[in-house]
Ligand binder design. Structure first.
Ligand code: ATP
Ligand code: MG
Length: 247
């Protein structure tokens, strides 16, 4: 079963071709990681898949449904989630409150409804599970602004997972983390196993090779390699354009 199918995707920004004729599929359960040098088009591609940007050409299918012109909101209803950016965490609320609000699908402006939410046992149970699974239980009553950056990243993943998505998109899950914090994120991703379909963009080569079941390499908006981690490691074109830059 294919979770995602991207066909002939193009995105131009004025004269800039950020994504050029990109086609690939993601099988259910796969942990696909996209890598590529700065400006390769990774974030743009994620934004197209997620619906935050509209493609200039091409088609996107999610579990067999054409979602090319669907809003981000509708895609999320179909089960496509993206780990929230730090800026969207509510820093003056606790870890638990953030998860409950996400599960309830409310916006900050509807915070008043929150008191009643806590009464919904099933929602509360789900929130507890999400928090426990990412080892944030001890921190559940801390305000988000008082937890560490690494814990905030974990909370983002936790919010993404709380929605029990069919596919979770992670944009640079290890960005700004220390080596230890990054290892925690790696372990979480590995722990998700092949029930959870993942599409990850990251720069950190250690993370990439530890968590990927397959890797796609982008360069100047196009795919230059697509294969198993071992194949990507051996690929001379990839070494030339990407690894060369890293070393
Ligand atoms: N909103 C925009 N308007 C104009 N150009 C853009 C816009 N967003 C991205 N670009 C350009 O498109 C290209 C791809 O950018 P993108 O951010 O997708 O790359 P990336 O692979 O995510 O890079 P990084 O590793 O630095 O995050 C770049 O040349 C970038 O300058
Ligand atoms: Mg980017």
């Amino acid at each position: 079963m294919e979770a995602l199918r991207v066909d002939g995707l193009v995105k131009n920004f004025g004269g800039v071709q950020a994504v050029w004729d990109v086609s690939f599929g993601v099988k259910a359960g796969e942990h696909l990681v996209m890598i590529g040098p700065n400006g390769a088009g990774k974030t743009t591609l994620l934004n197209l898949i997620n619906g935050q940007l509209t493609p200039s050409a091409g088609r996107i299918e999610f579990f067999g449904r054409d979602v090319t012109s669907m809003t981000t909101h509708r895609r999320s209803h179909l089960g496509m989630a993206r780990a929230f950016q730090i800026l969207s965490l509510l820093s003056n609320l606790t870890v638990m409150e953030n998860v409950l609000i996400t599960l309830h699908g409310t916006r900050p402006s509807r915070y008043r409804m929150f008191r009643r939410v806590e009464g919904f046992a099933d929602v509360y149970d789900l929130a507890c599970q999400a928090i426990e699974s990412l080892d944030l239980w001890e921190r559940r009553d801390e305000l988000v602004k008082n937890i560490s950056y690494g814990e905030q990243r974990r909370l983002e993943i936790s919010l993404g997972l709380a929605l029990q998505p069919k596919m979770l998109l992670l944009d640079e899950p290890s960005a700004g983390l220390t080596k230890d914090e990054s290892q925690v994120v790696v372990d979480i991703i590995k722990g998700l196993g092949n029930e959870q379909t993942l599409l990850i963009v990251d720069h950190d080569m250690e993370l990439v090779f530890e968590v990927a079941s397959r890797i796609i390499v982008l360069h100047q908006g196009a795919i230059i390699a697509d294969g198993l981690p071992e194949e990507i490691q051996q690929n001379s074109r990839v070494r030339e354009v990407y690894m060369g830059l890293e070393e």
